[in-house]
Design a protein around this ligand. Sequence first.
Ligand code: ADP
Ligand code: MG
Ligand code: MG
Length: 891
Amino acid sequence: MSDKFVYTFGDGKAEGRADMKLLLGGKGANLAEMSNLGIPVPAGFTISTEVCSDFYNNDGKYNEKVVQQVENGVRHIEQIMGAKFGDNKNPLLVSVRSGAPASMPGMMDTVLNLGLNDDTIKGIIEKSGNERFGWDSYRRFIQMYGDVVMEMKPESKEEEDPFEEIIQEMKEKNGIKLDTDLTAEDLKELVMLFKQAIKKRTGKEFPTDPWEQLWGAISAVFRSWNNPRALTYRKLNSIPADWGTAVNVQSMVYGNMGDDCATGVAFTRDPATGVKKFYGEYLVNAQGEDVVAGTRTPQPVDTSTKTSDDQVTLESLMPEAYQELTRIYQTLEKHYRDMQDIEFTIQKGKLWMLQTRNGKRTAEAAVRIAVEMVEEGLIDEETAIMRVQPEQIDQLLHPKFDPSAKKKVIAKGLPASPGAATGRIVFHADDAEEWADRGEQVILVRIETSPEDIGGMNVAQGILTSRGGMTSHAAVVARGMGTCCVAGCSDLNISYKNKTISVNGVSLKEGDWISLDGSRGEVIEGKVPTVTPELSGNFGKIMTWADKVRKLKVRTNADTPHDSEVARNFGAEGIGLCRTEHMFFEGDRIKAVREMILANDEAGRRKALAKLLPYQKDDFYGIFKAMHDLPVTIRTLDPPLHEFLPNDEKSQQEMATEMGVSLQEVQQKVDSLHELNPMLGHRGCRLGITYPEITEMQARAIIEAACQLTKEGVKVYPEIMIPLVGTKAELANQKVLVKRVAEEVQKEFGVKVDYLVGTMIEIPRAALTADEVAEEAEFFSFGTNDLTQMAFGYSRDDAGKFLREYMDRGILPEDPFQVLDQTGVGQLVEIAVKKGRETRPDLKIGICGEHGGEPKSVAFCHRAGMNYVSCSPYRVPIARLAAAQEAIRTR
Ligand code: ADP
Ligand code: MG
Ligand code: MG
């Protein structure tokens, strides 16, 4: 660690740079970068993230060097700004802002106007000649400092913010609506009332010494790194806890000095659609978070984003500042070669930039911006591929509301985050979590959201608020999460107390169904049916580019011709897993299956299986045809037989009647099939070995379908996969059967079929002895669901009881059934790949567990040298993109 803890910026120079995010946080690094670019940024300094770690290691104490460097930092600001911290003639006020290496919007708090007390306020008023401005700044400072540093935040969800309550009372008393209508006298009184409230609640005086204020705020920022909302956000976004946050201390500029002042936020392109237009909102005579707080309605910056005539754009109101802003945002976009999310303040007509960062965006916008930036020559195709998050494109693949469906639109709000959502109304974030835990689909309805609501927002299908604009907390967070959101729907009358919404004559209560169209901003009563989206245009371009660079093939897990077709449209290059048992339940088949199970001898079983054969053949025929020219891996029967029998007496009686046997006979069979550990019991190849006639029938069905299609001129590539193999001999046993039947059938049809016999690697022993298994296996497919289950010794069906707690306590970083455990299970995979290829250098290897569509696991499969991944149809494009990104990363 070096001895430098503080990095200054301002006046066209800076000690930091954009690539120092880990040390200076994103905000600090970009403030430095803007300064270096000659963009007007109020002077300031950044205390590095190293100090955050120190802070935690030393019980919240700072070493002398840090203290000295902070003091020097303040001197640096004083020099540039020509004002003095704590002076009562010409006082310098600062903001104290958090800034972590990864953007954590709204996760930590900012204190503005720091340095004010009953003396310095006089200087501020005198210098500005604006009494109202002085007191407005002071009351804001006390309010923010009270919240952030002195823990005046509401403690329960029913409680109002104590300061807002006081403001509300005053407004009611004086009969006014807007904050801007409060007079200097009102604000002065608020300052006094706020201080009293703090004294009453905390027993402490509000600190008057600016230096004490400064250190209090700095420490609060460091402490906020570990507050519950920051912890939740970090967990959701896999941000390491040891990064820490930086602190920025910066000279204030004032957007609340009068009507020639303003503050605003903007995106250099539309973050919802990606359309190339300057997309911003601002408020005149306002400060800080006023724009996103939703107390006043912000106005559009640019005329092109105006939505109604009564709006006043910044373009028309302050043309010079607007011109300057336009020049700067274009510079920034060119410099960073990415869409920027910027914050600015205008003080007496002069523009100041307060923040820039790569803007969060919806999947639709990410794709469009990436493609258009390639066309504009700003970035190359590979950069474009890296700009789209694989998980995010899920949003594009999922259904939208059926345009022909009848919809009863009961209100309109802002289209804050696109998509379609249907769910039941809940009013509190923790209720949302509780309901979602029970498996309910919920829509979280709030007057406005705050960072505390993050957990509930994450589980909700959609989010609806009655207050706030396109850059409100709800809107920004929902877009980041890819959750549909309608914001600022001011017609809604929401009562938290009665848990009701009333709107335009309709009244709804907790638990009622509503639907949200986040692309149109519509709120719809009841449920609405959905349709599948198109996959062409910009999305198609990105996918074509991805296909050019990726090395992994992507197949799908599909059991029906329909799923196969869906997957093919998504770009699947074959089927990696077709589970035959799902087919056993349809229509009359289950009857034949049960007849086979009830049969007392082989002859009886063969008779029943003969009835099943034509059905299975039909199934395979349909799937092969849908997947013509591409390989199709079919797994022979896997689950234990008891899964095909009913377990309650009523259904057992029905079955007995239908089969013409006694209830006892059925019950005896059920009892005899009962197992203590069915997942480790009589299933997989163990079934095919003890009942060879089952494997024979399935092999016949597969090869007959293949022969028939071959005769019809359709190219088919069946890959017959034997499940749950633990020893070479098990596979050898089944392979002999399959080959024998296949030879017979090909002779009968007089055609040759190109088929393979291989195995799943899903038992640790098979992985460890893969060199032996590969003597028989013509391909491997990792069944990572079972492999994870057996490597950890967690029953997949029971792990739900403790996995959540394991993750909460940090015992497991992630659910290993969702994200492949590369350290443990991954070793088994690597061993099996290596040993398998020692025996058969050209062994075809893939993965067919749930992990095959999870980006981090796909990346692992690429590095492990697999030939393909296989995943559910909707995840195919995600896997294609993830595979391309890993190919680029590891080049
Ligand atoms: P967040 O990380 O939540 O975006 P910021 O540190 O960016 O918090 O602060 C929020 C807002 O406070 C900024 O967008 C800006 O409007 C205002 N602000 C912060 N620092 C200053 C400053 N030095 N002068 C004027 N306004 C400021
Ligand atoms: Mg900000
Ligand atoms: Mg399995």
